[in-house]
Design a protein around this ligand. Structure first.
Ligand code: GLU
Length: 411
């Protein structure tokens, strides 16, 4: 199965429960524009390398296209297409006035120097500048890209269209990024996790948590949950899996990762070695996949003991695994809700850029919490009313909103 087929299965399961006309359904499936480019750069040693790049705009019925850009060896047209469609549903679930898009370059950024990465980013902008813009399509960070990448994009874009800070979000605060944007995705994951636990009559205080991926999303989710009294007991990434029954000090762990040459939890003192299989099967209350897509397979799902899964990553759970988990009574907070805090604060950043008027962090965090809460309540209400799981309910809500906008705008 392709990534796009997996995303489509979730879409179709929800659409079947609704009264969506076949014509609208057709329009909601196909991406509106796919741009494939060859990104050629000169390496530091003088040789030339070429990497495939993509920007796929899935649906713009509710506003300018919005979504991150990832640098990963497995980024390809199928994956970017699936991720672009998830952005369409995500922006609709949290009710922000954007459509959905995604970009990617098929490259392992760990093999590039800082200046090679900068050249790669600028070259990519040269090739996609005609389809992005503050009212057209607004990229943001995703896997292996960050605020520095966004700063290079603003600068390169300015050479074509003039200075427009709102062309991307997730910028450094010094270049008019929003306060609170870096933490926002993790904060949204932590908030929805806390609410899901409370709905089950449990408390976040004392909850045991396992996190796969300790990058921006996983580390902030863990730090915020720990500040509310939860314990991170299992963690893992591309280079190592670790366990600590007493609970990791998430702040020290983050500092370790930032200093580590491999940007990994590997070598963190005072922890026991573990494996990916053990992390997923850990005796925890909460499991947060915050690395890549497709990691929770049917076989892994059978071993999961967590009561709540909060999808920090996009598309971590395959459809067959999703079904097994729902049948087991696991509450899955789906990606298009759990990790929507990032794009929500991206929206706040874009609003601040448009107004040239900047908010304090408390205000950003409060507005984020209010929006996430109302999206969470809304999805929960649909789930209870229709007796369906949270993912299907989130898709029902999103398809309803995007479907309405599509029908109203006409073809
Ligand atoms: N890449 C993030 C996501 O998947 C953020 C997208 C954005 O802020 O536009 O939601």
């Amino acid at each position: 199965m392709s990534h796009f087929d997996d995303a489509l299965r979730y879409f179709t399961d929800a659409a079947r429960l609704m009264d969506v006309s076949k014509n609208i359904e057709k329009l909601l499936v196909t991406p509106q524009r796919s741009l494939k480019v060859e990104v050629a750069i000169e390496r530091d040693n003088g040789s030339i390398d070429v990497f495939p790049g993509y920007r796929i705009q899935h649906n713009g019925a509710r506003g300018p296209y919005k979504g991150g850009i990832r640098y990963h060896p497995e980024a390809n047209e199928d994956e970017v297409n699936a991720l672009a469609s998830l952005m369409t549903w995500k922006t609709a679930v949290v009710g922000i006035p954007f459509g959905g898009a995604k970009g990617g370059i098929g490259v392992d950024p760990r093999t590039l120097s800082e200046s090679e990465l900068q050249r790669l980013t600028r070259k990519f902008v040269d090739q996609i500048q005609m389809v992005i813009g503050p009212n057209l399509d607004i990229p943001a960070p995703d896997v292996n890209t960050n605020s520095q990448t966004m700063a290079w994009i603003v600068d390169q874009y300015a050479k074509y269209r003039g200075y427009e800070p709102g062309v991307v979000t997730g910028k450094p605060v010094e270049l008019y990024g929003s306060k609170g944007r870096t933490e926002a995705t993790g904060r949204g994951v932590a908030l929805t996790t806390k609410w899901a636990l409370e709905d089950m009559g449990r408390s976040v205080k004392g909850a045991r948590v396992a996190v796969q991926g300790f990058g921006n999303v996983g580390s902030w989710a863990a730090k915020i949950l720990e500040s509310w009294g939860a314990k991170l007991v299992a963690v893992g990434d591309h280079a190592a899996y670790l366990e600590n029954k007493e609970g990791f000090d998430t702040k020290l762990l983050s500092e370790h990762v930032a200093k580590s040459p491999e940007r990994s939890v590997k070598g963190f003192p005072g922890a026991d070695a573990s494996t990916m299989e053990a992390l997923f099967a850990a005796d925890v209350d909460v499991l947060i996949p915050a690395a890549l897509g497709g990691v929770i397979t049917a076989d892994i799902a059978k071993t999961i003991r967590a009561k709540v899964i909060a999808e920090g990553a996009n598309g971590p759970t395959l459809p067959d695994a999703h079904k097994i988990l729902v049948d087991k009574g696991v509450v899955i907070i789906p990606d298009i809700l759990a990790n929507a805090g990032g794009v929500t604060v991206s929206y706040f950043e874009w609003v601040q850029n448009t107004q040239r008027f900047y908010w304090e962090e408390d205000e950003v965090n409060l507005k984020l919490e209010l929006r996430m809460r109302s999206a969470y309540d809304n999805v929960n209400r649909i789930a209870k009313g229709k007796k369906i799981d949270l993912r299907t309910a989130a898709f029902v809500e999103a398809i309803k909103e995007v479907g309405k906008a599509t029908a109203l705008r006409g073809i």
